[in-house]
Design a protein around this ligand. Sequence first.
Ligand code: GUN
Length: 292
Amino acid sequence: MEVLDGKKVSNDIKNEIAVEVQKMKDQGEKVPHLAAVLVGNDGASLTYVGSKVRACERIGFESTLVKMPSTTSEVELLAKIKELNEDKNIDGFIVQLPLPPQIDTQKVLLAVDPDKDVDGFHPMNFGKMALDMSTFIPATPFGILELLERYNVDTKGKHTVVIGRSHIVGRPMSILMGRKGWPGNSTVTLTHSHTKNITQIISQADIVISALGVPDFLKAEMVKDDAVVIDVGITRVADDSEKGYKIVGDVDYENVSKKASYITPVPGGVGPMTIAMLLKNTLLARERHRNA
Ligand code: GUN
């Protein structure tokens, strides 16, 4: 069994990006600038956005955090998005999800300029992804592809079972694993809450990608020997640590790792990769704007 070490790989990627940023600086060029919009004060979202902004600072990007109160109206948020779309200094931005209930998420995602949509959530970018065109790939699925690639995991002709059909992870992951090329060329089954015989389907998987958010969902007896197991779960569970919680994945790591050929830990697997790939998309956005 080999651990897919997202902490190490994400650090490698950040170092590679930092080298590119240094080159830009040496040539007197503008460095990439990422903005993040956070509406409300959801604890997990605050943590994620904080990590994204800190990562920018570490690798030499400019960053802007736009904090808006939980009472923000849809009109106010759309006005902020318009401002960011028009700000020549900003190469890419994200609107952290979930949004408060008074705001229509689809309207917000449609309002983001596709050229600055480093989350890859705009329908134009999502459509390009599905059609194998060059675009911004959503950071979490992009991070999983990068892990598979850097560990040389064979995906061709394999049966990949994706658990969960969220727009952020499961749905794009299912499309990407079935695309031509590598990582890809898999036969994909996308499972969800209405899937019948889900345990039987999972037991046939060469590659399992679990993006469910249910701690300990995936047990050793559910996966076949030598399966590749990717755990996208990040659930906060209360404990008696200083923080008051710990982060747990969907996978019973202790037992599943004894059977798997490759496995991602939580924390230290997919999570840090998400941030690294958001930075990579922002670098891409800067390069596109420079060459436009
Ligand atoms: N909420 C959970 N994951 C993500 C993500 O990748 N991007 C944004 N914008 N919000 C999220």
